[in-house]
Design a protein around this ligand. Structure first.
Ligand code: GDD
Ligand code: MG
Length: 336
């Protein structure tokens, strides 16, 4: 059985971190999101197909440099085709019913049960579902036993039919591919799901419990760490933490925190440095970036390779470029 992993988004909400690497390769607890995903593929899966485009060379290099239990095939999408178009684009790789994953989700959906439910019901698709407080950021379903009656992608505030949302993990029958027009941008959630609901066996949903985070924004990227680290601090073997950590912190390889610095709910990517007296809260420091002495950073993201001057006071900053800044105008350094 194949598993498609949607890995081609631009990761705009995670800028500036996604200028220098694609979202699936951003580490959570010092392992790329993609590694977490590949690790939890069930036995039934023997091949992962990565539908990639943005910074595909980085993805290819990572796949080649690391061992994997399953075969991994990277398929290029020349222009972003949307979540539906991306699946259609890898059609030739699919040999039967398959799993499909949004590449930015850290979770423990019941994959085996989803495969069974699809077989039992002969539905074209089974969606893993998760209960949230603010469903309007997601695809929201109206579920009747296991049958999905409505699917609304990012409803207007107050218009969500329930608090159960699409967890971005699916088991599909291969006939789903016949519903997607080739060669154009297609949204699985906006164009295809509403049509599939009307088919005889329809779409099914399976709510689950445990953990689930879409890591697509800095705040939830930090939440994913909190869940996986269970609130403990993680320091890579080659990193040095001389400062204090209150709450948790995560230090990637070769990251360095000097004495007298304080970190709280913050992540330092590979080789990032925080100098004495600096104070970081809910902050992500990119690879090879440096935070100068006595700087105070709250809810801030620093691009790879940049320096935050000593004594700076930043709150909610995107150092190097944000969601609206195109890569040509961004400031960051390729440090890997
Ligand atoms: N190959 C390819 N091509 N992949 C893409 C493209 C594309 O054009 N666009 C997005 N992706 C990938 C992203 O990289 C990500 O892994 C996944 O598809 C979902 O895209 P996001 O941009 O992260 O979507 P979202 O988070 O706003 O919403 C989706 O996920 C939610 C759950 O996390 C939807 O599926 C919602 O319905 C869902 O609730
Ligand atoms: Mg997402």
């Amino acid at each position: 059985m194949e598993a498609i992993i949607l890995s081609g988004g631009l990761g705009t909400r995670l800028r500036p971190l996604t200028y220098a690497r694609p979202k699936p390769l951003l580490p959570i607890a010092n392992r790329p999101m993609l590694a977490h995903l590949l690790d939890r593929l069930p036995e039934a899966v023997d091949r992962a197909v990565l539908a990639a485009g943005y910074r595909i060379d980085d993805i290819r290099a990572w796949v080649d440099e690391n061992p994997h239990r399953v075969d991994v095939t990277v398929v290029e999408e020349e222009e972003p085709l949307g979540t539906g178009g991306a699946i259609k684009n890898v059609e030739d790789e699919i040999t039967g019913p398959f799993l499909c994953f949004n590449g930015d989700v850290i979770a423990n959906p019941p994959l085996e049960e989803m495969i069974e439910l699809r077989e039992e019901t002969d539905a074209l698709g089974v969606l893993a579902l998760w209960e949230v407080d603010e469903p309007e950021h997601f695809g929201v379903v109206d579920l009747d036993r296991d049958r999905i009656r409505r699917f609304v992608e990012k409803p207007d505030p107050g218009q969500a039919p329930s608090s159960l949302v699409n967890a971005g993990t699916y088991c599909f029958h291969e006939d789903v591919l016949d519903w997607i027009e080739p060669g154009r941008k297609v949204s699985l959630e906006r164009e295809i799901f509403p049509e599939l609901l009307e088919t005889r066996e329809g779409l099914r949903g399976l709510p689950f419990e445990g953990h689930w985070v879409d890591c697509g924004r800095p705040d939830v990227y930090l939440d994913a760490h909190e869940i996986l680290l269970e609130g403990e601090t993680l320091v890579a073997d080659t990193a040095t933490l001389d400062g204090e950590g209150s709450d948790w912190a995560c230090l990637g390889e070769d990251a360095r925190v000097s004495a007298g610095a304080r970190l709280s709910r913050s992540v330092l990517l590979e080789g990032a440095e925080v100098e004495a007296g600096a104070h970081l809260e809910n902050t992500i420091v990119g690879a090879g970036a440096r935070v100068g002495k006595d700087a105070h950073l709250v809810d801030t993201v620093v691009a790879d390779g940049l320096t935050v001057e000593a004594g700076s006071d930043l709150d909610g900053a995107r150092v190097g470029g944000g969601k609206q800044t195109p890569p040509e105008e961004a400031r960051f350094e390729e440090v890997r």
